[in-house]
Design a protein around this ligand. Structure first.
Ligand SMILES: [Zn+2]
Ligand SMILES: [Zn+2]
Length: 177
């Protein structure tokens, strides 16, 4: 199965270059690649909040990629929200095709003011795998070692593991053909 990662307005190319081989390693039964998507983002911006509405961005992505054969994950650097939360790291359609992840709050600078590229890569990888897991039909997992564990704060992202647990992995492997 194809997994298309669409970086939009994304300036950190060094992160992108590091993330692709990692994703292909963790999702070795999938074909992960980058695509260029001319996503319309301005209508999803809330000037009041200074953030972008993730569900509206997914709707824009659907307009452009609904006939794609595989999963499509939009990757952004700006901050995302849904109306009931102050922010979200990402959003996905359960058992659907589309997802979005923001690395905005995955930067250690956002929390402690200190740069940590290795931590940024690890957090980004976890959040991308997590949202893709939802598109592959996975719900939140109770295993803290599993990347499908819920993470509402940055501490929970750091605590949970990078891999899918055996149960979650079996579920996604049954869909790869
Ligand atoms: Zn989730
Ligand atoms: Zn799991």
């Amino acid at each position: 199965m194809n997994i298309f990662i669409a970086p939009v307005s994304f300036s950190n190319t060094s992160l992108l270059n590091k993330i692709l081989p990692e994703l292909n390693r963790y999702l070795n039964s999938f074909d992960v690649s980058f695509i260029n998507l001319p996503l319309e983002i301005e209508s999803s911006y809330s000037a009041e909040r200074g953030q972008y509405f993730s569900t509206a961005l997914i709707a824009e992505s659907i307009k452009l990629t609904d006939d794609y054969n595989g999963k499509v994950l939009v990757l952004v650097e700006f901050d995302l929200f849904v109306p009931v939360f102050t922010y979200v790291f990402g959003e996905a359609q359960l058992n659907g095709k589309h997802a979005i992840v923001s690395v905005c709050r995955l930067h250690e600078e956002f929390h402690s003011g200190e740069t940590n590229d290795e931590l940024l890569l690890e957090r980004s990888l976890k959040e991308i795998l997590h949202e893709l897991g939802h598109t592959l039909g996975l719900i939140h997992c109770r295993d803290w070692g599993c990347v499908m564990h819920v993470s509402q704060g940055i501490e929970e992202i750091d605590i949970k593991g990078k891999d899918f647990c055996r149960l979650c992995l079996n579920k996604i492997l049954s869909q790869t053909s």
